[in-house]
Write a protein that binds this ligand. Structure first.
Ligand code: SF4
Ligand code: SF4
Length: 113
């Protein structure tokens, strides 16, 4: 995933990492802990590349200065609750609303789809 230009687009985490620059002492622990290589030290302050950050929180739990936290994204992604809802969602995407109704109707009538 790290080889993709924007791996953050492929994860469904609803969070991203942010630093409090006043608290960061530039120890570099978060840079070492981030498995996505999203963090760098610039002028002894930790900075995040949001194209790479997948919101896992590794950097937050290991920061000795409590300078990092996770921020909720403005648009929340809620995954389908079960397989039935997942497959309905996929069907809606592929066939649209009317197509989905037709397909479900055929299924209910025991017809081939
Ligand atoms: S671990 Fe915390 S204090 Fe250390 S560089 Fe990262 S954000 Fe700054
Ligand atoms: S939340 Fe995870 S991916 Fe994002 S900067 Fe922190 S450790 Fe890296």
């Amino acid at each position: 995933m790290k080889k993709l230009p924007r791996p953050a687009d492929y994860f469904t985490s609803n969070y991203f990492s942010e630093v409090d620059e006043e608290l960061c002492d530039g120890c570099g622990t978060c840079v070492e802990r981030c498995q996505m290589g999203a963090l760098t030290l610039v002028d002894n302050i930790s900075h995040v590349n949001l194209d790479l950050c997948i919101g896992c929180g590794n950097c937050v739990t290991n920061c000795p200065s409590n300078a990092r936290c996770l921020i909720k994204k403005s648009k929340e992604h809620v995954p389908p609750k079960d397989f039935e809802k997942l497959y309905t969602k996929i069907l809606m995407k592929k066939k649209g609303f009317i197509g989905t109704l037709k397909t479900l109707g055929r299924m209910m009538l025991g017809m081939r789809i």
